[in-house]
Ligand binder design. Structure first.
Ligand code: ZN
Length: 298
Protein backbone atom coordinates (compact mmCIF):
# COMPACT_ATOMS: atom_id res chain seq x y z
CA UNK A 1 0.00 0.00 0.00
CA UNK A 2 1.46 3.36 -0.94
CA UNK A 3 2.37 5.49 2.05
CA UNK A 4 2.86 9.23 2.28
CA UNK A 5 6.23 9.39 0.46
CA UNK A 6 4.97 7.22 -2.41
CA UNK A 7 1.77 9.27 -2.77
CA UNK A 8 3.84 12.48 -2.66
CA UNK A 9 6.11 11.12 -5.38
CA UNK A 10 3.17 10.02 -7.52
CA UNK A 11 1.47 13.42 -7.10
CA UNK A 12 4.67 15.24 -8.09
CA UNK A 13 5.11 12.97 -11.10
CA UNK A 14 1.55 13.60 -12.22
CA UNK A 15 1.87 17.34 -11.63
CA UNK A 16 4.84 17.40 -14.00
CA UNK A 17 2.92 15.56 -16.69
CA UNK A 18 -0.63 16.82 -16.65
CA UNK A 19 -0.72 20.30 -15.09
CA UNK A 20 -2.33 22.70 -17.55
CA UNK A 21 -3.90 19.93 -19.61
CA UNK A 22 -7.61 19.95 -20.40
CA UNK A 23 -9.87 17.00 -19.69
CA UNK A 24 -11.86 16.52 -22.88
CA UNK A 25 -13.96 13.56 -21.87
CA UNK A 26 -14.28 10.97 -19.15
CA UNK A 27 -15.11 7.28 -19.29
CA UNK A 28 -16.01 5.51 -16.06
CA UNK A 29 -16.30 1.74 -15.64
CA UNK A 30 -19.29 -0.22 -14.36
CA UNK A 31 -17.79 -1.29 -11.02
CA UNK A 32 -19.34 0.68 -8.20
CA UNK A 33 -16.65 0.42 -5.51
CA UNK A 34 -14.10 2.84 -6.97
CA UNK A 35 -16.68 5.62 -7.30
CA UNK A 36 -17.18 7.49 -4.07
CA UNK A 37 -19.15 10.20 -5.88
CA UNK A 38 -21.84 9.31 -8.43
CA UNK A 39 -20.42 8.65 -11.90
CA UNK A 40 -22.48 11.43 -13.48
CA UNK A 41 -21.21 13.91 -10.91
CA UNK A 42 -17.58 12.95 -11.51
CA UNK A 43 -17.96 13.17 -15.28
CA UNK A 44 -19.71 16.53 -15.07
CA UNK A 45 -17.03 18.01 -12.83
CA UNK A 46 -14.12 16.74 -14.90
CA UNK A 47 -15.23 17.15 -18.50
CA UNK A 48 -14.06 20.42 -19.98
CA UNK A 49 -12.00 21.32 -16.93
CA UNK A 50 -8.37 22.30 -16.93
CA UNK A 51 -6.01 20.69 -14.40
CA UNK A 52 -4.50 23.66 -12.58
CA UNK A 53 -2.46 21.66 -10.07
CA UNK A 54 -1.89 18.19 -8.65
CA UNK A 55 -0.86 17.75 -5.04
CA UNK A 56 -0.90 15.33 -2.14
CA UNK A 57 -3.07 15.76 0.91
CA UNK A 58 -2.52 12.96 3.40
CA UNK A 59 -2.69 9.85 1.25
CA UNK A 60 -5.04 11.51 -1.23
CA UNK A 61 -4.07 12.91 -4.61
CA UNK A 62 -5.90 16.18 -5.22
CA UNK A 63 -6.40 17.49 -8.77
CA UNK A 64 -7.44 21.16 -8.65
CA UNK A 65 -9.66 21.90 -11.63
CA UNK A 66 -10.51 25.14 -13.38
CA UNK A 67 -13.63 24.89 -15.48
CA UNK A 68 -12.85 26.19 -18.96
CA UNK A 69 -15.27 29.12 -19.42
CA UNK A 70 -16.55 28.05 -22.82
CA UNK A 71 -17.04 24.43 -21.84
CA UNK A 72 -18.67 25.50 -18.62
CA UNK A 73 -21.18 27.62 -20.44
CA UNK A 74 -22.12 24.93 -22.92
CA UNK A 75 -21.99 21.90 -20.64
CA UNK A 76 -25.54 22.68 -19.58
CA UNK A 77 -26.78 21.92 -23.06
CA UNK A 78 -27.01 18.42 -24.56
CA UNK A 79 -24.01 16.10 -24.68
CA UNK A 80 -23.54 16.53 -28.43
CA UNK A 81 -22.82 20.21 -28.08
CA UNK A 82 -20.74 19.52 -25.00
CA UNK A 83 -18.36 17.51 -27.14
CA UNK A 84 -18.04 20.42 -29.53
CA UNK A 85 -17.65 22.88 -26.70
CA UNK A 86 -14.63 20.97 -25.44
CA UNK A 87 -12.57 21.84 -28.47
CA UNK A 88 -13.68 25.44 -28.24
CA UNK A 89 -12.77 25.44 -24.59
CA UNK A 90 -9.41 24.02 -25.58
CA UNK A 91 -8.71 26.93 -27.88
CA UNK A 92 -9.49 29.29 -25.08
CA UNK A 93 -7.56 27.38 -22.45
CA UNK A 94 -5.02 30.14 -22.26
CA UNK A 95 -7.70 32.61 -21.29
CA UNK A 96 -9.35 30.30 -18.78
CA UNK A 97 -10.60 32.40 -15.94
CA UNK A 98 -10.31 31.35 -12.37
CA UNK A 99 -13.83 30.48 -11.49
CA UNK A 100 -15.42 30.75 -8.11
CA UNK A 101 -16.66 27.19 -8.53
CA UNK A 102 -13.30 25.59 -7.90
CA UNK A 103 -13.67 21.83 -8.18
CA UNK A 104 -11.30 19.07 -7.10
CA UNK A 105 -10.91 15.51 -8.26
CA UNK A 106 -9.81 13.38 -5.34
CA UNK A 107 -8.05 10.06 -5.88
CA UNK A 108 -7.18 7.60 -3.13
CA UNK A 109 -5.06 4.75 -4.46
CA UNK A 110 -6.12 2.24 -1.80
CA UNK A 111 -4.00 -0.91 -1.89
CA UNK A 112 -3.34 -1.44 -5.58
CA UNK A 113 -4.58 1.67 -7.39
CA UNK A 114 -2.42 3.47 -9.93
CA UNK A 115 -2.77 6.48 -12.19
CA UNK A 116 -1.14 6.08 -15.56
CA UNK A 117 -0.45 8.62 -18.26
CA UNK A 118 -0.86 6.64 -21.49
CA UNK A 119 -0.84 7.11 -25.22
CA UNK A 120 -4.40 6.49 -26.45
CA UNK A 121 -3.36 3.53 -28.61
CA UNK A 122 -1.77 1.67 -25.70
CA UNK A 123 -3.71 -1.37 -24.57
CA UNK A 124 -6.27 -0.78 -21.86
CA UNK A 125 -5.19 -2.75 -18.82
CA UNK A 126 -7.55 -5.11 -17.03
CA UNK A 127 -9.17 -3.41 -14.01
CA UNK A 128 -9.20 0.03 -15.62
CA UNK A 129 -12.00 1.99 -13.91
CA UNK A 130 -11.56 5.46 -15.35
CA UNK A 131 -10.09 7.02 -18.50
CA UNK A 132 -9.67 10.77 -18.89
CA UNK A 133 -9.00 11.93 -22.45
CA UNK A 134 -6.67 14.91 -22.34
CA UNK A 135 -6.41 17.70 -24.88
CA UNK A 136 -2.69 16.92 -25.25
CA UNK A 137 -3.74 13.64 -26.87
CA UNK A 138 -2.79 11.46 -23.93
CA UNK A 139 -5.02 9.61 -21.51
CA UNK A 140 -4.94 9.49 -17.76
CA UNK A 141 -6.13 6.08 -16.62
CA UNK A 142 -7.03 4.80 -13.19
CA UNK A 143 -6.32 1.09 -12.76
CA UNK A 144 -7.05 -0.83 -9.57
CA UNK A 145 -7.24 -4.64 -9.42
CA UNK A 146 -8.38 -4.90 -5.81
CA UNK A 147 -10.74 -1.91 -5.92
CA UNK A 148 -9.92 -0.34 -2.56
CA UNK A 149 -9.05 2.89 -4.34
CA UNK A 150 -11.63 5.69 -4.46
CA UNK A 151 -12.48 8.46 -6.90
CA UNK A 152 -14.56 11.44 -5.85
CA UNK A 153 -15.14 15.10 -6.52
CA UNK A 154 -15.23 17.87 -3.94
CA UNK A 155 -15.15 21.65 -3.74
CA UNK A 156 -13.07 22.23 -0.62
CA UNK A 157 -11.51 18.91 0.23
CA UNK A 158 -9.79 18.72 3.56
CA UNK A 159 -8.40 15.47 4.89
CA UNK A 160 -8.56 15.00 8.67
CA UNK A 161 -5.43 15.34 10.78
CA UNK A 162 -2.29 17.41 10.32
CA UNK A 163 0.45 17.04 7.72
CA UNK A 164 3.42 15.38 9.46
CA UNK A 165 5.86 17.45 7.39
CA UNK A 166 4.08 20.73 8.10
CA UNK A 167 2.99 20.55 11.74
CA UNK A 168 5.31 22.35 14.19
CA UNK A 169 6.82 20.68 17.23
CA UNK A 170 4.26 22.08 19.70
CA UNK A 171 1.42 20.92 17.49
CA UNK A 172 2.98 17.49 17.15
CA UNK A 173 3.49 17.07 20.90
CA UNK A 174 -0.10 18.10 21.61
CA UNK A 175 -1.43 15.27 19.42
CA UNK A 176 -0.37 12.69 22.00
CA UNK A 177 -1.37 14.47 25.20
CA UNK A 178 -3.62 12.30 27.36
CA UNK A 179 -3.82 9.48 24.82
CA UNK A 180 -3.97 6.07 26.44
CA UNK A 181 -3.45 4.14 23.21
CA UNK A 182 -0.04 2.72 22.27
CA UNK A 183 2.15 5.37 20.64
CA UNK A 184 2.23 3.24 17.49
CA UNK A 185 -1.57 3.33 17.19
CA UNK A 186 -1.55 7.09 17.70
CA UNK A 187 0.99 7.50 14.89
CA UNK A 188 -1.21 5.44 12.57
CA UNK A 189 -4.39 7.32 13.54
CA UNK A 190 -5.28 9.24 10.37
CA UNK A 191 -7.42 11.66 12.38
CA UNK A 192 -4.25 12.86 14.13
CA UNK A 193 -1.59 12.61 11.42
CA UNK A 194 -2.18 12.31 7.69
CA UNK A 195 -0.59 9.56 5.75
CA UNK A 196 1.74 7.89 8.26
CA UNK A 197 1.65 4.14 7.67
CA UNK A 198 3.17 1.08 9.25
CA UNK A 199 6.68 1.31 7.82
CA UNK A 200 7.34 4.94 8.69
CA UNK A 201 5.74 4.59 12.12
CA UNK A 202 8.08 1.69 13.01
CA UNK A 203 11.13 3.40 11.54
CA UNK A 204 10.51 6.70 13.33
CA UNK A 205 9.86 4.97 16.68
CA UNK A 206 13.20 3.20 16.31
CA UNK A 207 14.99 6.47 15.61
CA UNK A 208 13.36 7.98 18.69
CA UNK A 209 14.11 4.97 20.93
CA UNK A 210 10.45 4.44 21.84
CA UNK A 211 8.77 1.03 22.01
CA UNK A 212 5.66 0.84 19.83
CA UNK A 213 3.48 -0.40 22.70
CA UNK A 214 4.30 2.52 25.01
CA UNK A 215 1.21 4.46 26.04
CA UNK A 216 1.26 7.70 24.10
CA UNK A 217 0.55 9.75 27.24
CA UNK A 218 3.63 8.36 29.03
CA UNK A 219 6.10 9.32 26.29
CA UNK A 220 8.21 12.23 27.55
CA UNK A 221 8.44 15.55 25.77
CA UNK A 222 12.09 14.82 25.10
CA UNK A 223 11.20 11.55 23.38
CA UNK A 224 8.38 13.18 21.43
CA UNK A 225 10.91 15.72 20.16
CA UNK A 226 13.05 12.84 18.91
CA UNK A 227 10.00 11.18 17.39
CA UNK A 228 9.08 14.42 15.61
CA UNK A 229 12.58 14.70 14.17
CA UNK A 230 12.71 10.98 13.35
CA UNK A 231 9.38 10.99 11.53
CA UNK A 232 10.24 14.05 9.46
CA UNK A 233 13.62 12.51 8.68
CA UNK A 234 12.30 9.16 7.41
CA UNK A 235 9.55 10.79 5.37
CA UNK A 236 11.89 13.37 3.82
CA UNK A 237 14.52 10.73 3.03
CA UNK A 238 11.93 8.54 1.35
CA UNK A 239 10.54 11.45 -0.68
CA UNK A 240 14.08 12.41 -1.73
CA UNK A 241 14.76 8.84 -2.84
CA UNK A 242 11.48 8.74 -4.74
CA UNK A 243 12.20 12.04 -6.42
CA UNK A 244 15.12 10.57 -8.30
CA UNK A 245 12.97 7.90 -9.92
CA UNK A 246 9.85 9.97 -10.35
CA UNK A 247 9.24 9.08 -13.98
CA UNK A 248 8.93 5.39 -13.15
CA UNK A 249 5.84 5.85 -11.07
CA UNK A 250 3.24 6.80 -13.55
CA UNK A 251 4.61 5.57 -16.83
CA UNK A 252 2.49 3.98 -19.49
CA UNK A 253 3.31 0.45 -18.43
CA UNK A 254 2.30 1.17 -14.87
CA UNK A 255 5.61 -0.18 -13.67
CA UNK A 256 5.89 0.51 -10.01
CA UNK A 257 9.47 1.19 -9.20
CA UNK A 258 8.89 2.06 -5.56
CA UNK A 259 12.15 2.81 -3.89
CA UNK A 260 12.65 1.37 -0.47
CA UNK A 261 14.13 3.27 2.33
CA UNK A 262 16.71 1.09 3.98
CA UNK A 263 14.63 -0.27 6.84
CA UNK A 264 16.28 -0.40 10.25
CA UNK A 265 13.54 -2.41 11.96
CA UNK A 266 10.55 -2.82 9.65
CA UNK A 267 10.21 -6.42 8.38
CA UNK A 268 13.55 -7.35 10.01
CA UNK A 269 12.24 -9.71 12.73
CA UNK A 270 15.04 -11.85 14.16
CA UNK A 271 17.75 -9.93 12.31
CA UNK A 272 20.38 -8.08 14.36
CA UNK A 273 19.73 -4.46 15.29
CA UNK A 274 21.96 -2.21 13.19
CA UNK A 275 22.97 -0.33 16.34
CA UNK A 276 23.32 -2.94 19.15
CA UNK A 277 23.02 -6.34 17.37
CA UNK A 278 20.08 -7.50 19.53
CA UNK A 279 17.54 -9.46 17.44
CA UNK A 280 14.67 -7.28 16.20
CA UNK A 281 11.31 -8.24 17.73
CA UNK A 282 7.87 -8.25 16.17
CA UNK A 283 4.61 -7.71 18.04
CA UNK A 284 1.08 -7.20 16.75
CA UNK A 285 -0.61 -3.96 17.81
CA UNK A 286 -4.17 -3.33 16.66
CA UNK A 287 -3.79 -6.00 14.01
CA UNK A 288 -0.61 -4.49 12.54
CA UNK A 289 2.89 -5.93 12.76
CA UNK A 290 5.23 -3.73 14.72
CA UNK A 291 8.99 -4.14 14.72
CA UNK A 292 11.38 -2.82 17.33
CA UNK A 293 14.73 -3.35 19.04
CA UNK A 294 14.18 -4.53 22.62
CA UNK A 295 17.45 -2.91 23.71
CA UNK A 296 17.44 0.43 21.87
CA UNK A 297 13.75 1.18 22.38
CA UNK A 298 12.23 1.77 25.83
ZN1 ZN B 1 19.27 -2.06 19.16
Amino acid sequence: MPELPEVETIARGLAKRVTGDLIESVWLGQKKEPLKSPAAQIAKALEGSRISSVRRMGKHIVFDLDPAPEAQKLSRSKSKSRRRSTSQGLAKAGQALHSASHVQWIVHLGMTGSLRVCEPQSEIAKHTHAILKLASGRELRFVDPRRFGRLSVATAFDAAGVEPLEVDLAGFVSLFRGRKTPIKSALLNQKLLRGVGNIYADESLFRAGIRPRRRASTVTRDQLEKLYAGLQQVLSEAIALGGSSISDYVDADGEEGFFQLQHRVYAREGEPCLVCKAPIKRVVIAGRSSHYCPRCQK
